[in-house]
Design a protein around this ligand. Structure first.
Ligand code: SAM
Length: 229
């Protein structure tokens, strides 16, 4: 049993905005029709064995945390058909939209879980399941008073490290310089990480609507790459 087990009780502040919008009719349909294929449901005390859910048996997972509307996750699943991808997101309309896009793209190597990634990774997996964890444009919480709500915190970094295989990568992309500095400080002051220049997965990164808006508004994109030592 993981020494990180928390049994459904989140001890950190929410890193996301609650109640962000209702499902459209199309999203409700996607939720009803596509969740049985793409969704991994779980009870509060259930530990998931990835081999029960993914088509490429025994392959480590690529995990994307906070995939939003799923564009990057689906592009990655299409580019890497022999890999297993897991998306974790709290936002129900985003999950439904992503499943609809995955269905249209005919993507089958992708599954999604709904919940706070910190709890999902802590309570619902036990071993080193992934070789890559991606966090694309986490909610920045730029004001110092909100810094406790940032997703990248020492506890989260420890959970991710426990789920990564040796030499696995954590890739974080942000358009907020203060968040990039925050992430570098948090990860490099946590035990067992080093910063690296490259990762096999950065070349598959696509520019999502969120990133396009950031570029159009003149913000620089910071791509941080860390490796589990
Ligand atoms: C700013 S959006 C970026 C979405 C997407 N990655 C992109 O690049 O377009 C951040 C996303 O992270 C999700 N999120 C924030 N905290 C999370 C958490 N603890 N667990 C899972 N998802 C989370 C939010 O719901 C939101 O969809």
């Amino acid at each position: 049993m993981s020494n990180l087990k928390r049994n459904g009780k989140l001890r950190w502040s929410p890193s996301y905005l609650r109640n962000r919008g209702q499902l459209t009719r199309a999203q409700k349909r996607a939720q009803r029709d596509l969740w049985p294929f793409y969704g991994i449901p779980f009870r509060f005390d259930e530990v998931i064995d990835p081999t029960d859910h993914f088509p490429c048996a025994g392959e480590p997972l690529i995990v994307e945390i906070g995939f939003g509307m799923g564009d990057h996750l689906i592009a990655l699943a299409e580019a890497l058909p022999r890999r297993n991808l897991l998306g974790i997101e709290v936002h129900r309309p985003g999950i439904a939209a992503a499943m609809a896009k995955a269905h249209v793209a005919g993507v089958e190597n992708l599954r999604v879980m709904r919940g706070d990634a910190r709890l999902v990774l802590t309570d619902h997996f036990e071993s080193e399941i992934a070789d890559t964890v991606l966090i694309q444009f986490p909610d920045p919480w730029p004001h110092p008073g909100d810094a406790h709500r940032r997703l990248v915190q020492p506890g989260m970094v420890a959970v991710i490290r426990e789920r990564l295989q040796k030499n696995g990568h954590l890739l974080i992309t942000t358009d907020v310089e203060v968040y990039a500095d925050h992430c570098r400080d948090i990860v490099l002051s946590s035990p067992g990480w080093k910063e690296v220049d490259d990762s096999a997965f950065s070349r598959h990164r696509i520019i999502t609507q969120y990133e396009r808006k950031a570029i159009n508004e003149g913000r620089s994109i910071h791509e941080l790459k860390f490796q589990k030592a």
